[in-house]
Ligand binder design. Structure first.
Ligand code: AKG
Ligand code: FE2
Length: 224
């Protein structure tokens, strides 16, 4: 138990800039914050649009996703979940706007980093032991504001690459429960993915017993 718990502590895991604009802040969320967010996650699961594996060119992703603010399907955002049940997604909560702003200020160590930042959508991904996410760019947003990523539950191997293609150079890091990862500026369109979820590594107290939750806060730049 204690090994697992200490594994998620920021001890020996200093903050790091992987590339210009791409910053990893281990252990940013407290266990209390993580568990509170996981309780909200259960509220979202009971919401108007069920969590589902999106289809990319006819193939179901191994990750399941539910959205707030705007509904994402591969290559497009809409207010209604047109590829699920047609219902409008839950509104984007104000606390997430504040959390996203705090995340930018923290990651970039600049009190003004969030001055022009208003995230309006969250993609909430649920990974089981066998789920992965292939290398991709987040480019369905019109805005090029940074993406704020929060991880809760099992540790994963997160692959952060370059802006040219899916291949090398890339770096593999272990994103653990409570970690913050921000990619903006010159890294905004960097390819990234999840190559493995390490089952049984969710620390006691994070609110997740098995699996991994990842929340990305984004500014779509869309109107309507
Ligand atoms: O799960 C992660 O850490 C990354 C998720 C991601 O890249 C995405 O939702 O676009
Ligand atoms: Fe992504």
């Amino acid at each position: 138990m204690s090994d697992v718990l200490f594994g998620a502590e920021p001890i020996d895991r200093p903050r790091r800039e992987l590339a210009p604009g791409a910053v990893w802040v281990p252990g940013w969320l407290t266990f209390e914050q993580q568990a509170w967010i996981v309780a909200r996650f259960h509220d979202w699961l009971a919401g108007p649009v069920p969590i589902r594996a999106a289809k990319v060119r006819g193939h179901e992703m191994s990750v399941q996703t539910v959205c707030l603010g705007w509904h994402w399907r591969p290559y497009a955002y809409s207010r209604e979940a047109v590829d699920v049940n047609g219902n409008r997604v839950l509104p984007f909560p104000d606390w997430m706007v504040r959390l996203g702003r705090r995340a930018l200020v923290e990651a970039y160590e600049d009190p003004r980093a969030a001055d022009e930042y208003t995230p309006d959508t969250a993609l909430v991904n649920l990974y089981d032991d066998s789920a992965r996410m292939g290398m991709h760019q987040d480019k369905d947003e019109v805005s090029r504001a940074p993406v704020v990523s929060l991880s809760i539950g099992d540790t994963c191997t997160f692959r952060f690459g370059n802006t040219e293609d899916r291949g090398r150079p890339y770096e593999d890091i272990a994103l653990a429960s409570g970690d913050l990862f921000v990619f903006g500026g010159p890294s905004r369109l960097a390819y990234h993915g999840v190559t493995k979820v390490h089952s049984g590594t969710a620390p006691y107290g994070c609110g997740v017993e098995a699996g991994r939750i990842n929340i990305t806060l984004r500014e779509t730049g869309l109107r309507g």
